[in-house]
Design a protein around this ligand. Structure first.
Ligand code: PMV
Length: 329
């Protein structure tokens, strides 16, 4: 029997205002809103074929058949879609990224955004962008922001349908770059799903969450006005606040390595001397250095010379998740 294969592509994103902690873990409803930029040069491509002959889902990641927790997460996500579509059949899922997951760049955002788009199409669900963002959020919170194009804001809400991301500016609005200084290529010590659960154990989390709306306002207007100095100040503060929560949770999570701090110090110094650069770190030790178009080549060169930096990846703002192909098997 011929199966139709649906293929989608999505980009990871870097958060300028971070998501850390859920108000509802089962639905991945975040405690605070967040803002991010999609990364054009990095992407995940995922194809899904529904197959009535399969006795269970099959998941291949970068050419390797997966079992265990990554399979379970994909399987649970497909269950949501099967429920919605009233279609009980299992699916063959093949996914690959052009950046190794060992590069320490969160791949769950692009992975679940690409899976949401390809699996929704394969199961015949006709979902609009908002519905796809809500669906992707159920796989990984930050995946909600990889559905819309460019710079996106994900809203915090008590309701399932109120928590989705939408574009606040298209990629061409402002050609910023993310130069990612890699200091470690191994996987995360504490994954973000476990990390979100610990956020509430830090006495700093309520203060971080309560003050998030004002940082979201500052970040949104810095992007709208292309004001790099304002953007730099707010993203560095927001990253430091999230890491302060991580470091003071119980048990504490320390994602920074000595090299991470060294890069942060250099970035602060470069900016004092006129180079338009600002740092932000996700749940790992690699440092994302956000740069203007005129600064990014010089920034990339200087970052590459800092002791401990293994490689520097770079990307301008990217588009949203898209269905790129459908064909008969
Ligand atoms: O989407 P998750 O559960 O992988 O969480 C992402 C958490 C951070 O990357 C640290 C922050 C963010 O907003 O992307």
């Amino acid at each position: 029997m011929n199966q139709e294969i649906f293929t989608a592509r999505a980009h990871p994103n870097i958060a300028f205002i971070k998501y850390w902690g859920n108000r509802n873990s089962a639905f991945r409803l975040p405690e605070n809103g967040s803002i991010s930029m999609n990364l054009e040069s990095l992407h995940t491509t995922t194809s899904v074929a529904v197959d009535p002959n399969l006795r269970e889902d099959r998941f291949t990641l970068n050419g390797e058949i997966r079992s265990g927790s990554s399979f379970e997460r994909v399987h649970a996500f497909l269950d949501l879609i099967r429920n919605k579509a009233s279609n009980p059949y299992f699916a063959e899922v093949k996914s690959s990224s052009n950046f190794p997951s060992s590069a320490g760049i969160a791949s769950s955002a692009s992975a679940f955004a690409a899976l949401a788009v390809s699996a929704a199409a394969a199961y015949g669900l006709d979902l609009n962008e908002k519905e796809l963002s809500i669906l992707a959020r159920m796989g990984s919170g930050s995946a909600s922001r990889s559905i819309p194009t460019g710079y996106a804001e994900w809203y915090a809400s008590d309701s399932h349908t109120g928590s989705f991301a939408e574009t606040i500016a298209p990629p061409e609005h402002w050609k910023l770059w993310d130069c990612v200084a890699l200091v470690e290529k191994s996987g995360k010590k504490v994954g973000s799903t476990a990390g979100h659960m610990l956020a509430g154990t830090s006495i700093l989390q309520p203060a971080r969450v309560a003050s998030a709306p004002s940082r979201l306002d500052l970040c949104r207007s810095a992007i709208k006005n292309r004001d790099f100095q304002k953007l730099a100040d707010i993203i560095e503060l927001d990253s430091n606040l999230m890491h302060a929560v991580m470091m003071t949770s119980h048990p504490p999570i320390m994602y920074w390595q000595p090299e991470s701090l060294l890069i942060m110090k250099h970035v602060t110094e470069y900016r004092k001397n006129g180079l338009e650069v600002a740092y932000t770190l996700d749940a790992g030790p690699n440092v994302h250095v956000i740069c203007t178009n005129k600064s990014h080549l010089e920034a990339k060169r200087r970052l590459g010379e800092i002791p401990g930096v293994l490689e520097v990846l770079s990307s301008p703002p990217g588009g949203g998740a898209e269905l790129i192909h459908s064909s008969q098997n």
